[in-house]
Design a protein around this ligand. Structure first.
Ligand code: ARG
Length: 585
């Protein structure tokens, strides 16, 4: 039983790196070393008839060399060594170079990753300090559908970066300090909440709505609410005590949702706007003394070249707002947390705010070499293509979404696996239901809006979590049926004979590239697409290549090893997205 090793560095260069090296050498041999840096533009071939990879570099070189792409491709091909790595190279069309790899090389690459816990994904030897801001809801309202995307996209990104070995610090930048707390506290005082024994708030939304109604309708109340905010932000003890009670209660609700969602956020990552209260005046002072901010109509403003409206550091009533807080938080993240890469996973409607506040921080000289990355995302829409609402037009609470997801998943599973005990079914329904909601979100190009569609997200076919979880279940059942312990399998047994096996192998070897591309682009949907294609290739393989009933024992072991790698890749990939797998469904 080979214990799996967590190799710190990938055991060998991946296929694409090897091919890039060969192509670089061939270009240098054909045209001189000054051309060796040309991007080989490698793509996995879509049709296996044309080999495994296609290199499209001849087109790009045509201008630089002033020759026909086809002739360039021929010249490069002439210099490519045929042997251990490549078994064939052919020029096609206007100048594509089709490459066919040696099956033994693919096999030995797979043998390398089967022993490795990380499936060949290297650990970055020089990790970056990343600070990632996600979820960050405005408190005092319950978590609702508008909080879903930041929470799960941010969590997936943090997981991927951590898997790469980066040091990720999660920050939940809670909106816990805004003007709405004036009316909420005032209303709580009026209703005697602080005096009562039970500080449980069953329904934060009702509390908010009631306070809002009073604030709109009763000028006396609104006036008290305003004064309450000033008292609170000025450090008044009574206000602070009550505020703390309210925040604790809201945070409890929030953590509940995080736990159910399987999101790695806890009290350790809380750093609300209130945390920066003492740091706002110094921010304003340094901006002003540096000449970055100027007084305008009583407010302290930053005018950036391209802006139509300035960034407001301090309002004319002396209060600080969202922008000042973000500037203070940025300084904290760079100066105190050592952030080299600051990531903000926030709704695309805040683009303007981020442009302005990044520009301001740069002008103030606070950024240095730190990379600032705004990671925007689109809106969740209803079937009517308007922002998703409940049937009566209210905000959709996340609790309700999660309950419904589990409920619907339970029904799907009851049909699919009727012999499961109700207990087992409930456990599985949680993983499948929540996974479906998360995956559906993550699998969409993050910048686009998407339509929330229960039937599509829970479908057992297509690019969905249940489809991937089901592929995993299918493989696990092969091992159960064959009574094989995957830990006994040896990668050396892998022989790629059938086309479907080869296609699967090529895909399995892509994982390191995919993880790298998600970490760079911060687009989790790339991982989803990869997992979906992997599962589809597995199904094709499974149709054509009997596993337990293979012709020979050698073939059976080889195919089992492939199956194991697919299962582990699916499980690992889903885990990076924050989604679980099950053994049966
Ligand atoms: N609380 C804000 C909102 O709900 C999002 C905060 C995002 N993070 C940040 N550093 N601005 O709109």
């Amino acid at each position: 039983m080979g214990a799996k090793v967590a190799d710190p560095i990938a055991p060998m260069p991946d296929i694409q790196t090897i091919l890039e090296g060969l192509l670089g050498e061939a270009v240098a041999a054909a045209f001189g070393t000054e051309f060796a840096d040309a991007d080989p533009i490698l793509r996995q071939a879509t049709n296996p008839q044309f080999g495994d990879y296609q290199a499209n570099l001849a087109m790009g070189l045509a201008k630089r060399l002033n020759q026909k792409p086809r002739d360039i491709a021929d010249a490069i091909k002439e210099k490519l060594p045929i042997g251990d790595t490549l078994v064939n190279a052919e020029v096609a069309g206007p100048g594509f170079i089709n490459l066919t790899l040696n099956a033994d090389l693919l096999g030995s690459q797979l043998a390398g990753i089967i022993k490795c816990d990380r499936l060949g994904v290297p650990v970055d030897p020089t990790p970056t300090q990343v600070v990632i801001d996600y979820a960050s809801p405005n408190l005092a309202k319950e978590m609702h559908i508008g909080h879903l995307r930041s929470t799960i996209i941010g969590d997936a990104i943090a997981r991927v970066l951590e898997f790469q070995g980066q040091h990720a610090t999660r920050q939940n930048h809670l909106g816990d300090w805004g003007t709405q707390f004036g009316m909420l506290l005032e209303h709580l005082i009026d209703t005697g909440w602080e005096q009562s024994d039970d500080h449980h708030i069953g329904d934060l939304n009702t509390l908010y709505q009631e306070a809002k109604k009073l604030d709109d309708a009763d000028p006396g109340f609104a006036d008290r609410a305003r004064k309450r905010v000033v008292a609170l932000q000025g450090g008044d003890e009574q206000s602070l005590t009550l505020w703390r009670m309210l925040i604790d209660e809201s945070v409890r609700h929030m953590n509940d949702i995080f736990t159910r969602l399987g999101v790695a956020l806890s009290n350790d990552h809380l750093k609300g706007e209130s945390f920066y209260n003492d740091r706002l005046a110094p921010v304003a002072e340094s901006l002003q003394s540096a000449g970055v901010a100027v007084e305008s109509e009583g407010a302290l403003c930053v005018f950036n070249d391209t802006d139509d409206a300035p960034l407001i550091v301090r309002k004319s009533d002396g209060g600080f707002g969202y922008a000042a807080t973000d500037l203070a938080a940025l300084r904290h993240r760079i100066e105190d947390l050592g952030g080299q890469r600051l990531i903000y996973v926030v709704d695309s409607r805040q683009r303007d705010h981020f442009n302005k506040f990044f520009a301001t921080a740069r002008r103030a000289g606070w950024v240095g070499d730190t990379q600032l990355e705004y990671v925007p995302f689109g809106t969740i829409m209803g079937k009517d293509r308007k922002p998703f609402k409940t049937r009566d037009g209210g905000t959709v609470r996340l609790t309700d979404v999660l309950n419904e997801a589990i409920d619907r998943a339970g029904k799907v599973i009851a049909v699919k696996a009727p012999d499961l005990s109700p207990d087992e079914r409930d456990k599985i329904a949680k993983i499948v239901g929540i996974g479906a909601v998360k995956y559906f979100d993550l699998s969409n190009d993050r910048i686009k809006d998407y339509v929330f569609d229960w039937d599509r997200m829970l479908a057992l076919e297509g690019n969905t979590a249940p489809y991937l979880q089901n592929a995993y279940v299918r493989i696990r059942s092969i091992f159960r049926k064959g009574e094989v312990d995957p830990a006994t399998l040896d990668g050396g047994a892998i022989k790629l004979e059938h086309q479907a096996e080869r296609a699967l192998a090529l895909q399995l070897l892509q994982l390191p590239r995919i993880v790298g591309s998600v970490a760079d682009s911060l687009e989790p949907h790339r991982l989803c697409t990869y997992l979906y294609e992997l599962a589809s290739s597995f199904h094709k393989f499974y149709e054509k290549c009997p596993v337990l009933a293979a012709d020979t024992e050698a073939q059976r072991l080889s195919r089992l090893a492939l199956c194991d790698l697919v299962a582990r890749t699916l499980k690992q990939g889903l885990e990076l997205l924050g989604i679980g797998t099950v053994e049966r469904m």
